[in-house]
Every structure is written in structure tokens, then in C-alpha cells.
Design a binder for this molecule. Structure first.
Ligand code: ADP
Ligand code: ZN
Length: 699
């Protein structure tokens, strides 16, 4: 007999233990399936909220939930987070000290653990013990590791197939963030859960702003990008170890806190770097793609690809490390043909070259897209969306087109005259009439189109050539030194006057910078709460986000709770965190409120006294300022829209005198000429105010 847990009870559990007010999409459906003892397959993108899918049922049911997870770091983080929420949980792995392992065995036997995390390699150790325990669920995280189709196959996962035969009564939940259809079928087959209920969440990560830029002057672009985001965590991915170090050095030299990370570093400094990143001590990591696997850091605010990833799966996984807390995050990709050429060289040595070339081409198409990037991305994963997302560069700054028929003819003609034997760079050089050694050695200055396009910069011209590649007017022959060749379309352009439209190049302007400023705008409280969080995390020896995620801190900043019941309203505050952290955080919030007295400007202060009934002379005395200044303050407040009757200070006759004076004195010379013209009969402040009236009347 299974006691049915009502939705209301589930909501209460969610609030008390995790501090959330509602479920994310699919969570409730998955949970209800488990409670009904169904097997489930849950596919959710990173950050979609998979953990709650098994953590909540674990609390709603008697017994222990066993979570199988491949990465020790991930297990540790999840257990830390659960304990911070007051939920008894532990993890086991072969590297723990025997005493620690012994304690865990005891706790398990005593039924003291709601959640027990174990690596698949260690599962056999528990074969007999599990038989005697009230296990209520096997949750298999990163379930794609079971499939040799998946991209992270782990042999130990294949043993999991026997769980269903050994524990037929216990529901099995497979969770993953990879969507590939073949892998899904393989997971279900290998785990022997043919009747698993499938829950496929959308792969969209609407909080990620997607942007692709030409890889010109990348370092400078990166510096501009992070300048306004110095407090935010971010990752810069590079293809080579050398470039990770080079870029990190550049950034450090400029005063940014950045560190390199790659597989060639000693293990100790690798894990130190990772720890520093997780704990907000080093905000910027410049890494090869080895970095980020198994990192659960929720407040990564931006991910930059310095180089083109070799396929969309990789790109998506890497940008997925940004914005896991649901707050806005940026994904910025730099696209260059040099990268394409280099990746193609790598691929040529691979056994699976054909597939990899095809995947790289899809990646290129994404980078070159001139319409919504999100649509392109989701369609790749088989999610057919048609609406523009308004959260990518193509949606926010859609390209404009111009008639580029003549330009295209010139470019194609150059390619033809070079006998389709030269690479893009040389073609651009020829068109621009470059005077370099290579040109002269080959005698290319004698070609008829030499110097035909001098008015377009080298980089811009290169971008137009790339657009022509995308449109299928030109093609690159990678097998022949990446030489540019004409397609049948090019011949139509050359000989049949076929029209060509090209996108106007977008200057990398300050749009994104402005955006960024907005996201880092702070009242100062967030910063204070962040420091408090960091300090508490240090004391407890847990990652900062285990205390509170950025979402919770932002919510505190918005709600400014003053007591415990208001604190409980904050997202991410459940019973345990209320008891543990209400005091320090409420104190910090209260202190902050006192410290930021509403700022009043000097003219506001004068105006306040004026409203209090003081005369201008009295205000001047009270504030130790000149009367002249007080009049200027009042005038300023009037200009700000305050209802002050200024005509009590200056008569119509005086205004008229100033009007006449204005026709005689030179403009833009200040007030002195007026003063002299009017023979010092009007004080400066009256002149200023009269001019203000006159300007007001004409505006
Ligand atoms: P995944 O494992 O799918 O990548 P997580 O389980 O780590 O995702 O959850 C992602 C983020 O969403 C975490 O910061 C988590 O605290 C938050 N989260 C999960 N469920 C909810 C919910 N119901 N309401 C608000 N935030 C949630
Ligand atoms: Zn879009």
C-alpha cells in the first residue's frame, strides 16, 4: 500500500527543505511518476532542476534513495548542499578513509540517511547491504554514460543493468542532459526499464544570451567585454593549452583576476584552480574544454569561446555551464576561418572523420547564421521552434542588407583571375592592392582586379567573402590549401548579372557593454551579502553557493526582509537555512539600510529648507552658502519639475531688460557681459534666472 502524497504536501516539502515556492517544468510530473513506483527517464538541460526530481521523492517516501553518480566532485557538492538544507545525506567512494566509510555503513544500516550517493564502481560493495535496506529509488545521474553511443561512455555503468532484476520493486530513475534519440533508447534497454515514463524537457536555456562575433582582435574584444563584469564569474574556452596561458597572462597583466586551466598542469594546481573558481576567489578561468566537467557552480555569468568548438554538442554543453541559477548569462563565440582550418586538420587524423567533418559544418552553419541562433540550436537537437527568441544577437540586432552585386562581381572576378588557386587571405590582399612580399613574389600586382576594392578594410572585406561562402557563391577547397573556388552561382553573378545581397557588417559596439552594466548594477547590498556568504562558506568549508545561490541573494536585495517570516519568503530559504542563516543575513540587510541614508543633493537640501518656510537669506545663513547659490538651487529644482513660483524673485521688467541685453551681448560668453551691459543694476542670480525664463518661454 503506497500512501499517496498530495500535491500540497509536495509543495510544502519543496518550500520547507529547499525554499522554493513552485516546481520547475517537468519536476512535478517526474516526482509523481516515482511516487507511483514507475520507472522514469528524465532528460533536462543543465540547470533544468534534475536533482529535485529525486531529492524530493526521497523525502516524501520512507526509506533511502540511492543516487548513482559518476563524479566524486559532483557527489560531494550535492551532499554538501543537501546537508546545508538539513537533509541527512552521505556519499561513498573508494578514496575515503576506512573510518569514514565505516560510519557511512552504520548510518545506512540504521536508516539514518535519506539520500545515499555512490559511484558505479563502488556499487558492488553494497550488494548484500542493499538487500536488507528499505531502498525507495535508484536514481542514475548522467545516465548517458551507460551508452556507448553517448559521448562519455563509462564501463562501470553497464553493471547497472542488473539493478532492475535484483530489485524489481524499486523504481529506477535515469537522468541526463543529452538528448540524442539513440542514446535514450540505449539507456532504457540497458537499464531494463522498457516501460519507463519519458519526460523530455525543452532544451532551451532562455536566460543565455547567444552571440557570435568575427574573431578580429579577440583579446581586445574580451577585455571590453569583461571590463564591466569584474565581479562576475566567467570561463574563456580555448583550443590550445598555450593560448589559455597566453590569454590568462594578458588579463592578469591588465589587473583582472584570471587563471589558466588545462590538462597539462599538475593535478594539484588544477584542483586548486577549480576550487578557487567554485568558491568565487578567482572569477575568470581561461581553459581548455577539460574544464567544467562536473562543476556545479550555479553563478557562472558568461562563457566565451575564444575558438570555434568542433561540434554543436560540445558548444551547447560548454555554454550550458553559464547561468545555471536561471539568472541572465552571456554566451559569446568568436568565429574564424583559421579555426575551421585547424579543426579540419585535427579531424583529418581521426578514425571517424566523415562524421566529424559533418558536425563541424553544422557548427559553422550555426556561427554563420543570419537569423535567430536559438532556433538554429534547438532545431539541431530536434526541437522545432519557429518563433524568434529575442535573446540572441540576430534577434536583437537583425542584419540589414545592401545590394552587393558589384562588390561580389569584383570578388569573383579576382578569384577567377587567380585561377581559383589562392586562399582567402591572398584574394583579399589582391582586391585591396596590398603591397606585400607574397604579392610581389607571385606577381599578383599585375592581375586586372588588383586594387579593385580599396575602400573596404581588410577585415570587412574578409567578412564579405565569408558571407559569399555561406551563400554558396564561393567555396573553400580544404583539400587544396584552402583555396577559394567559384561555384555555379558565382558564374551567374559574373555572367548573368545575378543580384547578390550581403549583410551590412555590424560594428562591435557598446550594446553588449550597456547590457552588461545593467546586470552588474548594484545597490551595494548584493556585494555585501556575497561577502557574507563567502565568509560563511569559508567557515563551514563548503562552496559559496551551498550557502545561498545568487538567486537567493538577489531576492534578498529586492525584498529587504526585516524579520524571520519575511526571510522565509526569499527564494531558496527553507526551514534549515532559515534557522542557520536568518540572523547573519538579516543583520547585514538591516545594517545596510542604516548605512545608505537616502542621498539628497545640495539643491534638494536648500529646497527642503525653502519648503520649511525659510527665506533665501535664512537658507543661505543656515547652510553657510551665498544667497546667489541658493537662488541657483531653487532654479535647478524648478527645472527638475518642482512647483516653485520663481517670478516672485524676478519682475517682468527685469526679464525684459535681460531680453534686450541678449540682443546686444555676444553669445556663449557667460553672465558677465549682461552684468556690464545692464550697468550692474541686476545681480548675477537675477540675470541667470531671467535667462532661464526666456529659454523656457522659447523651448
Ligand atoms: P541540473 O542538475 O538539471 O543541472 P540542478 O538540479 O542543479 O540542475 O538545478 C539547477 C538550479 O535550479 C539550482 O540552482 C537549483 O537550486 C535550482 N532549482 C531547482 N529546482 C528549483 C525550483 N523548483 N525552484 C527554483 N529553483 C530551483
Ligand atoms: Zn534569437
Amino acid at each position: 500500500m503506497i500512501a499517496k502524497t498530495s500535491q500540497k504536501e509536495l509543495n510544502t516539502l519543496l518550500k520547507i527543505h529547499f525554499g522554493y515556492d513552485s516546481f520547475l517544468p517537468n519536476q512535478l510530473a517526474v516526482i509523481n511518476d516515482v511516487l507511483a513506483k514507475n520507472d522514469v527517464l528524465t532528460i533536462m538541460p543543465t540547470g533544468g532542476g534534475k536533482s529535485i526530481c529525486f531529492q524530493l521523492p526521497a523525502l516524501a517516501m520512507p526509506g533511502t534513495t540511492v543516487v548513482i553518480s559518476p563524479l566524486i566532485a559532483l557527489m560531494k557538492d550535492q551532499v554538501d548542499a543537501l546537508r546545508a538544507n538539513g537533509i541527512p545525506a552521505a556519499y561513498y567512494n573508494s578514496s575515503q578513509a576506512p573510518e569514514v566509510q565505516e560510519t557511512i555503513f552504520e548510518e545506512l544500516k540504521a536508516g539514518a540517511l535519506k539520500l545515499f550517493y555512490v559511484a558505479p564502481e563502488s556499487l558492488a560493495t553494497f550488494d548484500t547491504l542493499f538487500q536488507d535496506l528499505p531502498i525507495n529509488l535508484f536514481a542514475i545521474d548522467e545516465a548517458h554514460c551507460i551508452s556507448s553511443w553517448g559521448h562519455d561512455f563509462r564501463p562501470a555503468y553497464t553493471q547497472l543493468g542488473s539493478l532492475k532484476t535484483r530489485f524489481p520493486q524499486v523504481p529506477v530513475m535515469a537522468l541526463t542532459a543529452t538528448a540524442d534519440r539513440t542514446t535514450q533508447d540505449d539507456i532504457v534497454a540497458q537499464l531494463a526499464i522498457p516501460n519507463a515514463q519519458k519526460h523530455l524537457a525543452s532544451f532551451d536555456r532562455p536566460n543565455l544570451y547567444l552571440e557570435v562575433r568575427p574573431a578580429q582582435n579577440r583579446i581586445q574584444q574580451i577585455i571590453d567585454f569583461i571590463e564591466s563584469r569584474t565581479d562576475e564569474s566567467g570561463i574563456i574556452y580555448c583550443l590550445s593549452r598555450k593560448s589559455t596561458e597566453k590569454i590568462a597572462d594578458r588579463l592578469v597583466a591588465l589587473g583582472f583576476e584570471a587563471k589558466a586551466y588545462h590538462a597539462g598542469m599538475p593535478a594539484a594546481s588544477r584542483s586548486k584552480t577549480q576550487e578557487d573558481f567554485i568558491n568565487d576567489r578567482t572569477p575568470i578561468i581561461v581553459a581548455t574544454i577539460a574544464f567544467g566537467m562536473g562543476i556545479d557552480k550555479s553563478n557562472v555569468r558568461w562563457v566565451i569561446h575564444y575558438n570555434l568548438p568542433k561540434n554543436i554538442e560540445g558548444y551547447y554543453q560548454e555554454i550550458g555551464r553559464g547561468g545555471r541559477d536561471g539568472l541572465p548569462a552571456n554566451a559569446l563565440l568568436f568565429y574564424s576561418f583559421a579555426d575551421v582550418a585547424q579543426l579540419r586538420r585535427f579531424i583529418s587524423q581521426s578514425d571517424n572523420a566523415e562524421v566529424e567533418y559533418a558536425k563541424l559544418e553544422r557548427m559553422q552553419q550555426f556561427a554563420e547564421a543570419l537569423s535567430c541562433r536559438r532556433i538554429a540550436l534547438l532545431n539541431y537537437f530536434g526541437e522545432h521552434v519557429v518563433d524568434n527568441c529575442r535573446q540572441c544577437d540576430m534577434c536583437t540586432q537583425p542584419p540589414m542588407y545592401f545590394d552587393a552585386t558589384l562588390l561580389t562581381q569584383k570578388i569573383c572576378s579576382a578569384v577567377a583571375r587567380l585561377n581559383e588557386k589562392e586562399a582567402m587571405g591572398t584574394v583579399v590582399d589582391v582586391l585591396r592592392g596590398a603591397q606585400n612580399a607574397q604579392i610581389f613574389e607571385k606577381g599578383l600586382q599585375h592581375i586586372k582586379t588588383y586594387g579593385a576594392v580599396k575602400d573596404i578594410s581588410w577585415l570587412d572585406l574578409q567578412q564579405y567573402v565569408i558571407q559569399l561562402l555561406n551563400q554558396g557563391v564561393l567555396r573553400i577547397n580544404f583539400k587544396e590549401n584552402a583555396q577559394l573556388e567559384l561555384t555555379p552561382l558565382a558564374k551567374q553573378v559574373l555572367f548573368e548579372n545575378r543580384a547578390v545581397q550581403l549583410a551590412v557588417l555590424q560594428k562591435v559596439d557598446s550594446t553588449t557593454k550597456k547590457k552588461a552594466k545593467k546586470s552588474t548594477e548594484k545597490t551595494g547590498l548584493f556585494e555585501k551579502l556575497r561577502l557574507l556568504r563567502q565568509q560563511l562558506a569559508k567557515e563551514e568549508g563548503v562552496p559559496a553557493y551551498v550557502i545561498f545561490g545568487d538567486v537567493s541573494l538577489k531576492d534578498m536585495e529586492a525584498k529587504l526582509p526585516t524579520n524571520e517570516s519575511e526571510f522565509l519568503e526569499v527564494s531558496g530559504v527553507g526551514q534549515a537555512k532559515l534557522e542557520k542563516y536568518a540572523v547573519p543575513f538579516l543583520e547585514a540587510i538591516a545594517e545596510h539600510k542604516v548605512s545608505v541614508k537616502p542621498k539628497t543633493t545640495t539643491h534638494e537640501q536648500s529646497y527642503q529648507l525653502f519648503l520649511d518656510g525659510l527665506t533665501v537669506t535664512e537658507i543661505a545663513v543656515a547652510r553657510g552658502l551665498k544667497e546667489d547659490t541658493i537662488y541657483a538651487h531653487l532654479q535647478k529644482m524648478h527645472a527638475n519639475g518642482e512647483q516653485i513660483n520663481l517670478s516672485q524673485f524676478v519682475s517682468e521688467t527685469e526679464v525684459e531688460q535681460v531680453r534686450v541685453a541678449r540682443t546686444h551681448v555676444p553669445k556663449a560668453e557667460g553672465l558677465k557681459p549682461y552684468f556690464e551691459f545692464l550697468e550692474a543694476k541686476l545681480p548675477y542670480w537675477k540675470i541667470r534666472m531671467a535667462l532661464y525664463f526666456l529659454d523656457e518661454a522659447t523651448s
